[in-house]
Ligand binder design. Sequence first.
Ligand SMILES: [Zn+2]
Length: 429
Amino acid sequence: MKPELVLSDLIRINTVNPPGNETAAAAYLKKLFKDNGLESEIIEPESGRGTFVARIGKGAKKLLYLSHLDVVPVGDDWDFEPFSGEIKDGIIYGRGALDCKDLTAAQVVAALELHAEGVPLNGQLIIAATADEEKGGRLGAEYLIENEPDKIKAGYAVNEGADQPIPINGKLAYFIQVGEKGTAWCTLKARGVAGHGSMPTLADNAVVKMARAVCRLHNYRAEVIVVPEVEKLLKRIAGLCNLELKSCRPEDVDHLLEELPLDKAFVEALRSMTRMTVSPNQIRGGSKTNIIPDYCEADVDIRILPGQDCEYVEKELRLVISKDIEIEFNEYKAPTFSSANDEFYRLMEEVTLDLTGKDAICLPVISAGSTDSKFLRGAGIPSYGIGLMAAGFDQAARSTIHGRNERTDLASLRLKTDFLKELARRYLV
Ligand SMILES: [Zn+2]
C-alpha cells in the first residue's frame, strides 16, 4: 500500500480550519478501512467536525497513534495549487503535507499493512485522526478525552510534535518530543489620571507607565531551569560540536548556546527549552493626541516550563513591574511532560536508530508550542511526538509548515510508515 496515495487524497480534501470540515476526510478514511475489511467510526460533536477512530488487534495492551485532520489556512503566493496533492519527482505537494496529513497517512497505512500482512499483535493499535487541533482541539482531542475517553485511552501515544531532524557535524539528529511548554498569557493594566496634553505634569500618563513596564519586561532575564531531558539534549549536542556543557548553571548554559555553530532558529529553540519566555506583544492606550490617557493595557505571551504556574509567573513579573500595574491572567495551559526515562521512549529511540542507520542519533526535546498531546498527557497517557524524515530531505521544506509551498517527500513518508509499523510490532508483543 502506498502512503503517498493516501496523503495525496487527504490533501485534496480541503480541511482548512476554520471551518474544518474534517468529516469529509474522516469519511474517506472510514471507506479506506472498510475496503480493507476493517470497521471504524467517526465521532462528530458538531456537524462536519468529525474525528476518525479505528483499531486493529485485540487485547488489553493499547497503543494510540494520534494525528489531526484539519490544516491551517493557505494564504497567498504559493508556487503550486495548495490542494492538488500532486506527486512529482518524489515530492508530494500541498497543505497538510507536513502538518500533519503525512502522519495521518503513515499511521493509517501502518495499521492497514500490519492487518493485511497478518502480523500478530498482542493488544490494540488505535488510530485516531482528530478534528480541530489547529484551533485548540475543543471539537477533537479535548472532546474525546472529556466525553469518550475509552475510545482513545492507551498505555502510550505517538503524535506529531517534534522538529524534523537536523544535521549536526556529520550526524543526523532525530528528535522525540517529550514535553510542551505551557502558556500563561496575561494582560497588564496601568491606570493613571487623565489630563490635557498641553500640561503633562498635571496628569499621570498611563501609557508612559505601561511603556516603562514593557521595557522592563523586555529586559527581564528568566531563571535558567534545565530539566533532565534537556540536560541530556544539551550535553549530546555539545559533544557532537566538540564543545562541553560544564554544568547547568545559567552562565554555562548560555555560554554553550553562544558557542554552538548551529542554525540560529535551532539554538533559540534550545534557549526556549531552558527558561520561561516573556514577550509583550500588544499594547492599547490613549484616544487622542491632546488627551493624557488614564488607562493603558498590554498583552503578554508567556510560555512556562514544567514546574511553573501562574503563581510563579506573577512572582517573577512582580520583580520587574511595579505594584500599581495589575496583572490579569486570561489564558492558562499547564505545561505537559512525559518522561524520557521510560521503556516506551527507549523503544522509540531504538526503532528510530534501527531504521535510520549508524549516522543517526535520537534526542528528547520540549516544544514551545502545543499539540493534542497536552490533552492526552493531562489524562495520564504518556505521549511522544515524532518528526521523522529521511536523510537528505529538503531542509527548506521545514519552514513550509503553516507557511507557503508545504511539501514532503516519498522517502520520508515511507520511513514514517515503517517506523510506526515496527514500533507497534515491537510494543504489542
Ligand atoms: Zn499539526
